[in-house]
Design a protein around this ligand. Structure first.
Ligand code: ADP
Ligand code: MG
Length: 343
């Protein structure tokens, strides 16, 4: 059998300030590694596949991207950016810049990024399409906290725009007006953003990865399970649960294929692809749900360009569908090279 010869690609990998990974892991502490694990996995895997790879650190100047494009003439820019100069909502502008430069890139297009970065706008669009989302209200900075009647306790308080569960803990679930006020003020003070208050949805926490531009594939629904949660705690993905490895061990946190009836798994996958289309996404994304004991699916959040470190949820769920890490990165690049911003 003849081996399929893969084209060697020239790839620039766009990474955030201070996230250029080292060439080897020798002598590196685990904690330090956490910071640039995705960058390291992507760069080292692409190199291992024989591609020519240049990491480009983007700080506060698009000039470095322009220079890298001119110097390396990359087939594709692998986009690992989640912010620009410290502003999480500005990554969409950099992707717009790549489009203006006629540079192919991986991941989501500017419109998809813009719509999904705004968690309230996402929910409004989905509600129009009769997809279930928690009821919500925004409590703006420097305004009085007054709960609209339609919002019933228990409620969940988070930042309207921050990601990565910053500001989310067990205290985010509030059961009366006094606690609501306290927690909204906490988000205003700590996160320095408006607060998003949603109805708290009790249920299982399920994530679905979707990949594609026109033809879409959904990966196996993945469940976040806490097997050793202390009495009275709820199974929510707090900042600690996401980032503190010791705490993860303590609460017995695992992510695994969600045990679902086949019909339900299909429903999750279908709905995820539908949401991806409605929001005009491209590349790859992960949709976060809560699944109640009455069998209702609520969309919590839509994440374009989700975390793609090796052995994290997205890559794991791809592998569960037979797509190994190398093949996954190759597919992400192929999609990037075939995406046509003009339609
Ligand atoms: N309305 C809600 N009901 C129940 N749990 C919620 C709700 N909103 C957020 N959570 C919990 O908080 C986690 C983080 O919230 P999310 O909106 O996804 O923000 P982030 O962008 O920080 O991931 C979720 O994964 C879920 O566990
Ligand atoms: Mg989330």
């Amino acid at each position: 059998m003849r081996r399929k010869i893969k084209r060697k690609l020239r790839v620039i990998v766009l990474v955030q300030t201070n996230l250029i990974p080292p060439d080897t892991l020798d002598g590196v502490e685990n904690k330090e590694k956490e910071l640039w694990r995705t960058e390291y996995d992507v760069v080292s895997t692409l190199r291992g596949m024989g591609h020519e790879v240049w990491p480009v650190e983007v700080r506060s100047d698009l000039g470095v991207i322009r220079e890298a494009i001119e110097e390396h003439k990359p087939h594709v820019a692998f986009n690992l950016l989640e912010e620009f100069d410290g502003y999480p909502l500005f990554d969409q502008h950099m992707v717009s810049y790549l489009e203006l430069k006629k540079q192919n890139y991986t991941g989501c297009n500017p419109l998809g990024l813009t719509l999904t970065h705004d968690k309230t706008l996402t929910k409004k669009i989905l509600a129009y399409h009769r997809i279930q989302v928690p009821r919500f209200a925004v409590f703006r900075l420097n305004r009085k906290v007054r709960r609209p009647n339609r919002l019933r306790f228990p409620l969940f308080v988070k930042s309207v725009s921050d990601e990565g569960s910053v500001g989310i803990s067990q205290a985010s679930i509030v059961r009366d007006d006094e606690k609501l006020k306290e927690r909204v003020e906490f988000i205003h003070r700590q996160n320095q953003t408006h607060a998003l208050v949603e109805e708290y949805i009790e249920g299982r926490e399920i994530y679905v990865g979707v990949i594609g531009n026109l033809k879409l594939q959904a990966y196996t629904p993945w469940e976040l399970v806490m097997t050793n949660l202390p009495e009275g705690s709820q199974n929510i993905a707090t900042g600690k649960a996401k980032w503190d490895v010791e705490y993860q061990k303590k609460i017995g946190l695992v992510t695994q294929p969600a045990k679902l009836e086949p019909q339900l798994r299909i429903e999750f996958e279908r709905l995820s692809k539908r949401i991806y289309r409605i929001l005009g996404l491209s590349g790859y994304a992960r949709i976060d749900y809560r699944f109640t004991q009455h069998g209702r699916l609520y969309v919590l959040e839509v994440n374009p360009n989700p975390q793609i470190a090796h052995n994290e949820d997205f890559a794991d769920s791809a592998e569960h569908c037979g797509v190994k890490y190398q093949a996954l990165l190759q597919k992400i690049m192929t999609l990037g090279m075939s995406y046509d911003p003009m339609g």
